[in-house]
Design a protein around this ligand. Structure first.
Ligand SMILES: [Fe+2]
Length: 310
C-alpha cells in the first residue's frame, strides 16, 4: 500500500498541518496587535503634539485671533477619534486576515508537496529555519529573509507536477526519468512566480538546484547569477539531507557531513556562505536537527513574527 493513502499517515499529516497553522496564527495575531497598539498610541500622541504646535503657531501669527473656532475644530476631531480608531482597527483586522490567508496558503502548499513526496513536511520546516539562521549569520538584508523562508518551505512544490511513477520510484532513474524529475524546479516556479507575494520564494524555487560552478540545473546558472536566497538555501538543504536518515541511507554525523560539504566549496556552494555556515553548523545541528516538531514550530513562529512584515 502506498504510504500516502494510509489512514494513519493522512491523519498525521492533517494533525501536523493543523498544529503548525495554529502556532503561526497565534504568533501572527500577537505580532499584528502589537503593531496596532503602537500605531494607535503614536496617532494619539501625534494628534496632541501637532494640535498644540498648530495652536501655538496660530497664536504667534495672529495674537488677537479668536481661538474658539480652532479649539472647536480640535475638539470635534478628538471626538471623532473613536470612529477613526474603529476604522483603523477594522482595516488592521482585515490585514491580519489577509496575512493569515497567505501563511495558511504557504503551509498548505508545503504540506501538499510533502504528502506526495513521502515526507512528513518536517524537512521543509527544518530547512526553512536553518536558511534563515544562515542568512542572519551572513548578515543578509532582512528584506530578503522572508522570501528565503517561504522559498525554503516551498522549494520542492513543483514535485506536484511530477508523475507518481517517477516521483515515487524506489530505484535509480533512467536518463529520461531524471530529466522529468528535474522539471520540478520549473513546475514549482510556474506555481509560485505568478504571486506577487511569493516573488522572493520564487527565486529559491527556481534556482535551488543550481550550483556555484554552473553545473546544476535547469539552466546551469552559476556564481553571482544565482540569487542569494538560492545560494543560502542549497547549503542548508544539502546539510539537512546529509544528517537525516532516509529509507535508503543512514544519517551522517555532523563532522562527516561537514567534511562532505567542505569538498563542495566553490563547486556546489558559494564559498562566502559556506564560511558563514560552518561556524553555526554545530548549533544548527543541536537546535534544529536534534530537536522535534514542537521546537520547530516555535522557531518558525518566531521567524514569521520577526520577518513577515518586511
Ligand atoms: Fe528540489
Amino acid at each position: 500500500m502506498n504510504i500516502h493513502s494510509h489512514g494513519a499517515y493522512l491523519a498525521y499529516e492533517e494533525r501536523l498541518a493543523q498544529r503548525i497553522q495554529t502556532t503561526l496564527s497565534r504568533s501572527l495575531n500577537r505580532n499584528l496587535w502589537k503593531r496596532i497598539l503602537w500605531r494607535l498610541g503614536l496617532a494619539v500622541l501625534g494628534f496632541v503634539l501637532v494640535g498644540s504646535v498648530l495652536l501655538e503657531y496660530l497664536r504667534y501669527l495672529f495674537p488677537r485671533i479668536n481661538e474658539m473656532p480652532f479649539v472647536i475644530f480640535l475638539t470635534v476631531t478628538f471626538l471623532l477619534c473613536p470612529i477613526i480608531v474603529i476604522s483603523v482597527r477594522h482595516v488592521l483586522a482585515l490585514l491580519v486576515e489577509l496575512q493569515m490567508a497567505h501563511v495558511e496558503l504557504l503551509v498548505i502548499l508545503g504540506n501538499v508537496v510533502a504528502m506526495r513526496d513521502q515526507d512528513t513536511g518536517e524537512h521543509n520546516l527544518r530547512v526553512a529555519i536553518m536558511a534563515v539562521r544562515l542568512a542572519e549569520a551572513a548578515k543578509v538584508a532582512p528584506k530578503l529573509v522572508w522570501g528565503l523562508f517561504m522559498g525554503a518551505f516551498l522549494h520542492d512544490v513543483g514535485k506536484i507536477g511530477v508523475p507518481d511513477n517517477i516521483l515515487l520510484k524506489p530505484g535509480c532513474f533512467t536518463d529520461k526519468e531524471r530529466l522529468e524529475m528535474q522539471k520540478h524546479v520549473l513546475h514549482g516556479y510556474d506555481i509560485v512566480a505568478s504571486s506577487e507575494w511569493l516573488q522572493g520564494a520564487a527565486r529559491v524555487v527556481r534556482f535551488h538546484h543550481e550550483k556555484f560552478d554552473g553545473t546544476g540545473y535547469p539552466d546551469g546558472t552559476g556564481a553571482g547569477d544565482i540569487p542569494i536566497e538560492a545560494r543560502i538555501f542549497s547549503i542548508v538543504d544539502v546539510f539537512d539531507a546529509l544528517v537525516s536518515s532516509r529509507p535508503y541511507k543512514d544519517a551522517m554525523s555532523l563532522n562527516q557531513a561537514l567534511e562532505v560539504m567542505e569538498k563542495e566549496r566553490g563547486t556546489s556552494f558559494d564559498p562566502d556562505f559556506l564560511d558563514a555556515f560552518l561556524p553555526i553548523a554545530g548549533t544548527l545541528y543541536d537546535q534544529v536537527i536534534e530537536s522535534g516538531l514542537d521546537q520547530h514550530k516555535e522557531m518558525g513562529a518566531a521567524i514569521i513574527e520577526r520577518y513577515s512584515g518586511q
